[in-house]
Design a protein around this ligand. Structure first.
Ligand code: PEP
Length: 227
């Protein structure tokens, strides 16, 4: 079983979510389908047959953290996965590896599965090993039992520029030599390239942004990798 993770980012509304759930409920897969809508839409997924994930969470389970979202509440709403450390959180909201480690800890305590995003920037491509090693260094002492590591090179997110199969394979092999967790790939995945990337050795699934923003294109990817 591999993972197919849909990251809606800040897209969708109440009506869209209802339709998406209906359409996705007609699709079955041998793989784990995880849909990550914005927080306010999570309630709309209570009858969804697939797994539910959030795109972020607070590092604490409750308290005086105005504007933050409790991982406890996410659990109550049916989430079993939470994405942490997405590159947009790191770059736009200045999240650090230390912040991500803190979030990881609370998720592990609450038995929520963390999807930890890592990846190098365009100008760091020559030093990807150094960058990724730094981003995963805290994981050496963490219990990764329920974690997924999402490798997402920043220069590939939203750009339609994809690393070669060899490049992805090399990164996945390196990560697997360092940490004991499934490794997914994310960055400009669509129905035409999904199958090739999905089948790269050491790749345990895909994290999909834009191509998951309609149930039609996400379903197409699911069908492609199923064949
Ligand atoms: C993402 O933002 O996690 C992502 C993979 O986006 P896209 O598929 O649109 O490149």
């Amino acid at each position: 079983m591999k993972f197919l993770i849909a990251n809606w980012k800040m897209n969708g509304d109440l009506h869209f979510a209802e339709q998406y759930v209906q359409e996705m409920n007609d699709i079955s897969s041998e793989h784990e389908i995880i849909i990550c809508p914005p927080f306010p839409l999570l309630l709309k997924f209570k009858d969804c047959v697939h797994s539910l994930g959030a795109q972020n969470c607070c590092f604490a389970s409750d308290g005086a953290f105005t504007g933050e979202v409790s991982p406890n509440l996410l659990k109550e709403l049916g989430c079993t996965y939470v994405i942490i450390g997405h590159s947009e959180r790191r770059t736009i909201f200045h999240e650090t590896d230390a912040d991500i480690e803190q979030k990881f800890k609370i998720l592990s305590e609450l038995k929520l599965n963390p999807i930890v995003c890592i990846g190098e920037k365009e100008n760091e491509r020559d030093n990807w090993k150094g960058i990724l090693s730094k981003q995963i260094s805290w994981m050496q002492n963490a219990n990764l039992e329920n974690a997924i590591i999402a490798y997402e090179p920043l220069w590939s997110i939203g750009t339609n520029i994809i690393p070669t199969t060899n490049e992805i394979s090399e990164v996945a092999k390196f990560l697997k030599s360092q940490i004991d967790a499934p490794v997914t790939y994310g960055g400009s995945v669509n129905a035409s390239n999904a199958c090739t990337i999905f089948n790269i050795p050491n790749i345990d699934g895909l994290l999909i942004g834009r191509a998951s923003w309609t149930s039609k294109s996400f379903a197409e990817i699911i069908r492609e990798v199923e064949e």
